[in-house]
Design a protein around this ligand. Structure first.
Ligand SMILES: CC(C)(COP(=O)(O)OP(=O)(O)OC[C@H]1O[C@@H](n2cnc3c(N)ncnc32)[C@H](O)[C@@H]1OP(=O)(O)O)[C@@H](O)C(=O)NCCC(=O)NCCS
Length: 292
């Protein structure tokens, strides 16, 4: 059964510490000009010692609750999308539940990397189809810099830390989600990896000293190519499924870090989306909407 869901409140949280392109120039051989031209990124937020993914998640959750006019007690489910949880076990959602001062909720993490927040929304929709009274907290939170190799200029200029959250319900006031389309191509899974900590990498390989497997490894150019193609396909599909055309769109929020992958699709529209948000933190889709 397909149902509409309501975003009752949105929140965001980023760490205070900021790393600029000129800071990066002192760490790796790069330039503000190279980074800006290719990605549009000027600064990224970075966690400090003792600051974890769950802290960012809770910051975003508290803002979302405030914007929804709700108390944490009213939540029934917590879904956290992250590939950089505080630990393998317990789930980040479990830690968030404790930090929000509540107990007895259904809580779990989703591992869908950059697409995590969208998977979280679809999970919320499934929960609400089953339990119409549920109030689901969906969070996308990452501390990518904990898995970034600051000797590798091809990745360290891209990733930052942050969280976005939404309180999702079946009824009430707020923007509605009409449809979600998810799609994956497992044959391309080797294009972006963080192997360390998984069952394919033993302690001897990932342990001390830390090896490459611990970090994000990426074939950026290949990803870009496939991202442009699949974003075009999926955008066209979801519009067709909902009897809509591109010129009916007001806002496009690509979750892709540089935003450039969706530009060809947006640019080929005869009537372009009125607002367009490229993201610097891939899983934190609600960030721009929650911005003051
Ligand atoms: C990452 C990305 C911005 C790189 O841009 P690109 O134009 O493809 O750059 P390339 O990787 O082909 O590298 C071009 C050159 O710049 C160099 N280069 C790479 N990183 C650099 C940096 N930070 N500073 C300066 N030079 C750099 C390369 O070594 C290469 O040099 P060469 O031509 O002498 O070999 C782009 O590929 C991209 O946006 N990819 C998608 C990434 C993505 O979506 N990842 C998913 C994350 S959720």
């Amino acid at each position: 059964m397909s149902i509409e869901i309501v975003l009752r409140g949105l929140g965001r949280h980023v760490p205070e510490k900021v790393l600029s392109n000129s800071d990066l120039e002192t760490i790796v051989e790069t330039s503000d000009e190279w980074i800006t031209t290719r990605t549009g990124i000027k600064t990224r937020h970075v966690v400090s010692e003792g600051e974890y993914t769950s802290d960012l998640a809770v910051g975003a959750a508290e803002m979302a609750l405030k914007n929804a006019g709700m108390d944490a007690e009213e939540l029934t489910h917590i879904v956290v999308a992250t590939f950089t949880p505080d630990a393998m076990v317990p789930s980040c959602a479990c830690i968030v539940e404790e930090k929000l001062g509540i107990k007895g909720r259904a809580v779990y993490d989703i591992a869908a990397a950059c697409s995590g927040f969208l998977y979280g929304l679809e999970n919320a929709r499934a929960i609400l189809a089953l339990h119409p009274e549920a109030r689901v907290l969906v969070i996308g939170a990452e501390t990518c810099t904990r898995r970034t190799n600051f000797d590798d200029r091809t990745t360290c200029v891209l990733f930052g830390d942050g969280a976005g959250a939404a309180i999702v319900t079946r009824d009430g006031d707020g923007p509605k989600i009409r449809d979600v389309k998810l799609s994956s191509d497992g044959s391309l899974s080797k294009l972006l990896t963080v192997k360390g900590g998984g069952s394919s990498s033993s302690y001897e390989k990932v342990g001390d000293p830390i090896r490459e497997d611990y970090f994000i490894q990426m074939e950026g150019r290949e990803i870009f190519k496939h991202a442009v193609r699949s974003m075009t396909t999926v955008c066209n599909q979801i519009l067709a499924d909902n009897d809509m055309t591109r010129d009916q769109l007001n806002v496009l929020i690509p979750h892709q870090p540089t935003g450039a992958s969706s530009t060809p699709w947006a640019a080929s529209s005869t009537c372009r989306p009125k607002r367009y948000f490229p993201m610097s933190s891939a899983t934190a889709t609600p960030l721009p909407q929650a911005s003051p």
